[in-house]
Design a protein around this ligand. Structure first.
Ligand SMILES: *[C@@H]1O[C@H](CO)[C@@H](O)[C@H](O)[C@H]1NC(C)=O
Length: 291
């Protein structure tokens, strides 16, 4: 009887242990409020589905924004986003990481530039390393980003930064420190998102104005997933080569990813600072070294 009791007791503890372990492993994606806070206009961000998703609202009184509670040094952040449907010209939805430092800013940007109904949404990306940005690239999306959710992610490790949409890499910024080029490595970055009006530049260079008769405009986010080294946190985390995002599979694009990346660049890229001779008569060095 005694044996039986202790057996069932330890089986029970083991079951509890496994359950807790499974719960902690399955903790991602998080709810909005676990990792984020509203930074601009509470009244324009609504939680839906018990905080598993949010609705961002833009109207004539305000846009809105949110930010992660922590900053991170390396890792991967991804979210599912459903952009403003129909006539979204003049609106900008942004999803980015930023070190929040003035002089030596590091920043990794996704900006979604709205358009008139039926015309393609443009995604602009930019990379700031040690205070220097001006590295814009633009692609037109190959699907309607307002029809359903798509996954947008930024992978950042010691080897490169990769912007992806639904597992398709759309931009790679390689660590070329060995060749003297800056790479964001020293400063943790927060994760941010905003929805606002920018009809002085967003759509066709500012020619297309926002149509307020279509307001309010709504964008939706869900599956908030940040996996990285939170800062402040364990100091040794960022340099730990055992972090999954530093693993061999994430150190360079594999053949399938490289093929998809080429496909995007050949078929969907509409602007690349690398080939803009009027801005850069001398091709910036990071454009030459490839992926
Ligand atoms: C909007 O659509 C026009 C016409 O297809 C296209 O030239 C432009 O790149 C699109 N995007 C933006 C942000 O203007």
């Amino acid at each position: 009887m005694g044996t039986f009791t202790s057996f069932s007791h330890s089986t029970f503890s083991l079951a509890i242990y496994l359950l807790l372990f499974a719960v902690s492993v399955r903790a991602r994606p998080a709810t909005f409020l676990q990792d984020f806070k509203i930074t601009w206009s509470d009244s324009h961000i609504r939680q839906i589905g018990g905080g598993k998703a949010i609705q961002l609202i833009l109207d004539q009184t305000s846009g809105c924004g949110f930010a992660s509670k922590s900053q991170y040094l390396f890792g991967r952040v991804s979210m599912k986003i459903k952009l403003i449907p129909g006539d979204s010209a003049g609106t900008v939805t942004a999803f980015y990481m930023n070190s929040d430092t003035d002089n030596v800013r590091d920043e990794l940007d996704f900006e979604f530039l709205g358009n008139r109904s039926g015309q393609p949404y443009t995604v602009q990306t930019n990379v700031y390393a040690h205070g220097k940005g001006d590295r814009e690239q633009r692609i037109n999306l190959w699907f309607d980003p307002a029809a359903e959710y798509h996954t947008y992610s930024i992978l950042w490790n010691h080897h490169h930064v990769v912007f992806s949409i639904d597992e398709v890499p759309i931009r790679v910024y390689k660590n070329n420190e060995a060749k003297g080029l800056p790479f964001p490595k020293f400063q943790p970055m927060g994760v941010y998102s905003t929805l606002w009006e920018a009809d002085d530049w967003a759509t066709r260079g500012g020619l297309e104005k926002i149509d307020w008769s279509k307001a309010p405009f709504y964008a939706y986010y869900m599956d908030f997933d940040i996996e990285g080294c939170a800062a402040p946190g364990q100091a040794s985390c960022a340099s730990n080569p055992n972090n999954w995002w530093e693993g061999p599979a994430y150190q360079q694009l594999n053949a399938v990813q490289a093929e998809r990346y080429r496909w995007v660049r050949m078929n969907h890229m509409i602007y690349d600072y690398c080939t803009d001779k009027s801005r850069y008569p001398v091709t910036p060095p990071e454009c030459i070294y490839g992926i």
